[in-house]
Design a protein around this ligand. Structure first.
Ligand code: FE2
Length: 450
């Protein structure tokens, strides 16, 4: 969208807080981190919060930072963690005292528990185009409680000299959602902003200055991989752009983290990374393969329910498949249907500046259940410990029609239930639900995309 688009407008008032966004400040939401930017001066860093606008009886102080990127100097970036919050309670909060006060609200997540329902929004690769705006509008209509964002936020690196003003415009654009509910951040390649030709050699510099994550709460040494627990879901965020080989910090953390998962408390185990492990699109094909080869067995052994990714600007959902038999001697390297395995959802179709990934060059492979190159978003509606209703909404249909919908059953509480077979869209596979059948013996599917 052009710089004068109304969704990029700065809020009225001198030095008004802008680009307000929140994320979890601890692992479960009894703390919330509020971030905002002031452009003229740092101003007051206090956030007042409480149960009503006339009862903001708690206070917290923000840290303030700035950064430079080539010829750009940021505004004053504030990060403030509100603590001592109760589960499932609506709080009001305000900041900007001394100049222009702005007020917002959020509802904390419910206390984690096995049958606690939660609506998790799923958006990736959103950018700041007209399609991005449509995606956000549709997500507001479908109404999740929080968003798991699969990476690639601003695409500032696609503008001349990595124009960091585009980090500011994107922050203003999405404030209408992310100031009111926490978004959980996954780092994408467009967050790296590594540009030695501009003298910018510190990866993730704008992203880390602007978007804190609660990584310390899950004993992660880096902001790019961490976990949160929302209601009945334990969500593990991984970094496609940090080392993940055996013995690396991320690998060691993941191994320990999987040991900390308590499926009795949080039955739903979800992983997210930017680059997908299973995709049948020419764009970014196989980029996630090294991570899959390294980490897939850990995910299958842990009975991960769902793995979400972005990066590929299209939508794709897999059946429950695994490809963990391979070794260099036996040559077994074919994905097979596997009820122990996660479903893989690629949802990099938020509406970015690069356009759709429309090169589904092959006949749809057997591991792919549904694919389409359309912009959209999804919502995972967790009902209880056994069932979650998942739906993908393409922008072309608005927010009323789910273009792809599945009832997922939990891998811990219903491990043998085959929830990834035949939808109405794919009657051709109705008879092929064997969990041990080699994938290439399954009937070929008809390409769904245009
Ligand atoms: Fe990407």
């Amino acid at each position: 969208m052009p710089l004068d688009a109304d969704v990029f407008a700065e809020p009225a008032g001198r030095n008004a807080p802008q680009q307000v966004h929140i994320t979890l400040g601890d692992q479960t939401g009894t703390a919330m981190t509020v971030s905002w930017v002031t452009m003229e001066e740092a101003g007051n860093s206090t956030v007042l919060y409480g149960l009503a606008i006339d009862k903001l009886d708690m206070a917290a102080e923000a840290t303030v930072t700035t950064y430079t990127y080539y010829n750009y100097t940021s505004g004053f970036i504030h990060h403030c963690t509100l603590t001592n919050l109760q589960y499932g309670v609506k709080y009001k909060y305000a900041m900007g005292f001394g100049f222009t006060v702005r007020t917002f609200w959020f509802t904390t997540p419910p206390r984690p528990g096995p049958d606690v329902g939660f609506r998790l929004g799923l958006i990736g690769d959103i950018g700041q185009t007209f399609d991005s705006n449509a995606t956000l509008t549709h997500y507001e209509a479908t109404g999740g409680d929080a968003v798991l964002f699969m990476g690639d936020l601003s695409y500032a690196d696609k503008y001349p000299l990595h124009d960091n003003n585009r980090w500011d415009t994107r922050g203003r654009f999405s404030e209408r959602s992310v100031a009111y509910q926490p978004w959980i951040w996954v780092a994408g390649n467009h967050e790296i902003d590594y540009a030695p030709e501009l003298g910018e050699t510190k990866p993730f510099k704008p992203f880390t200055h602007r978007y804190p994550t609660p990584h310390l709460a899950s004993a992660s040494p880096e902001p790019y991989w961490y976990s949160v627990k929302l209601a009945s879901a334990h969500i593990i965020v991984l970094s496609s752009y940090s080392a993940f080989g055996k013995y690396t910090p991320q690998w060691k953390w993941l191994e320990a983290e999987l040991g900390r998962v308590n499926r009795s408390e949080t039955p739903w185990l979800i992983m997210a990374s930017h680059s997908p492990w299973y995709i049948s699109n020419n764009f970014h094909y196989m980029e996630g393969e090294s991570m899959r080869a390294q980490l897939e067995k850990m995910a299958v052994d842990a009975r991960v329910d769902l793995v979400f990714a972005g990066h590929v600007h299209a939508y794709e959902r897999s059946f429950r498949v695994s490809n963990i038999r391979y070794n260099i001697t036996d040559g077994l390297c074919t994905p097979v249907r596997d009820r122990r395995a996660p479903v893989y959802v690629t949802i990099g179709d938020g509406g970015n500046i690069e356009g759709l990934a429309d090169e589904m060059a092959w006949t749809q492979p057997p591991y792919s259940a549904f694919r389409e190159d359309s912009f959209g978003h999804a919502v995972l509606d967790i009902k209880n410990r056994t069932h979650a209703y998942y739906a993908w909404y393409r922008n072309d249909d608005g927010a009323k029609v789910a273009a792809d919908a599945v009832w997922f059953t939990n891998r811990f509480h219903m491990p043998n239930h085959d929830d990834s077979t035949p939808t109405k869209s794919h009657p051709s596979i109705a008879s092929s639900s064997s969990s041990s059948m080699p994938a290439y013996n399954l009937p070929r599917l008809i390409r769904i995309s245009n």
